[in-house]
Design a protein around this ligand. Sequence first.
Ligand code: NG1
Length: 389
Amino acid sequence: METTNAETTRRSFDAAFGGEPDVIGSAPGRVNLIGEHTDYNGGQVLPLAIDRRTWVAMRATSGDASRIISDDRSAPAEFDARKIARSGQWWDYMTGVFAAFGSSDVRLPQVEAIVTSDLPTGSGLSSSAALEVATAITLARLVRYGETFRDLAMMSWRVETEFVGVSSGVMDQFASALGERCHALHLWCDTLETEQVKMSEAVLIFDTNLPRSLRGSQFNQRQRECEEALRLLRERDPNLRNLASATPEQVRAAKLPGTLEKRALHVAEENLRVEKLVESLKESGAVDGELLYQSHESLRSLYECSTPELDWFVDRAKEIRGVRGARLTGAGWGGCAIAVGDRGALDAARPQLAGDYRSRFGIDARTWLTHAESGARLEGEWEGEAPRK
Ligand code: NG1
C-alpha cells in the first residue's frame, strides 16, 4: 500500500476540491493483545493502537450539500449534513457521526472531505472504528465542539452500534481514540476506566485472509449465549454485575448447560488473564507469552471461534525462536492472529510463515510488523488544540 500521511492527504484534498482543508484528523486501527470477547461482557481488554491509520481532511462549505471522497476509489458520498439517513454504504461510518453531532445543539455546516488510509479494511484491525473516530475528532474541531477524545470514542461507538447497526463492545473506538505510543490501553469496559500500560514490544499481525462468512452469525450467537449464561448465573447471585465479573469457580458451581458453561468459563478466565498480563508488563516490561497461548486455547476449545488456519499459525509461531506468545485476535472465525516477541525474529520469520501457509492452505496471508502507536490526533497546526485527550 502507498505511503499515506497528513501531507499526502492535504494534497489529495487540494487535487479533489482545490485549496486547503480547514482541519485534518487521523485515527489508527488496533490489535487486541488479550481480553477477547470480554468487552461486550463488561470485562477488561488490552488493545493497542497500531501504526496504520485513516486520515480525514475536511472543510466547511457554503453550499447545500456535502461531499466526501475516499482515496480507495469507492463511490463518493453526497449528502445533506443536516438531514442524515442511513444508506448501507461505506460512508455511514462518517455520516453517522454527523447525525450524532446534529442531534446535540450543534448547527453543522455542509462539508467537503477526503478520506485516505493505509489501514486494510475487513481484516479485523478496526478500520471502521478508525474512520468513525477520525471523523469525530475532525468534525469536533471544525465546529469547535468542546468534547474530550473519550466522549468522542463513546459517540463513535454509538454510531457503530446504533447508526450502522453492528452490535459490538467499546474496545475498538476506545483503542483508536485513546491509544498512546509504546503503551497498551487497559480498559474496563463496564466502568470505562482506562490505564496506559507501558508496552514497547513488537507485534506481528498475521492476516489469514479467510472469508469471514461465519463471523456475523456466530458472533451474534455468542452474544446471546453470554446473555443467557449471565441470566442463569444471576438466578444464584442477583448482584452479579456482568458475565466477566463471575469467577471461574462460580461458573463451575452453577452447573450451566454444557455450551453455556464453556462460553462463561472462557469469559471469566480471559478477564483474569488480562489482569495477569498487565501485571507482567508492569513488573518486567515484557508480555507473558504463556497467557497468550492460554487465551488462544480457550478461544479454540471453549469459545469455539478459532479456525484450522488460526490454530496452524499459533502452532507454527511456537516453533520460532524469539517468539514468546501467539493467539488469534479479534472475534475469530478467520481474521488475524498475533505473535509477540523479539522484533528481529518476528520480521525474519514473515516470508517463511507466509510461504508455509500458502503451501498448507493455498491462501496468501498478509503480515505486518507493528508496535503500539499514538491514537487519534489532529494533524499539523491543529495539533494540541481542542478536542482534548
Ligand atoms: P473484530 O473481529 O476485530 O472486528 C470484534 C468486535 C470487538 C470485540 C472482538 C472480540 C466489532 C466491530 N468488534 O472485533 O468489539 O468484541 O470482536 O473480542 O464487532
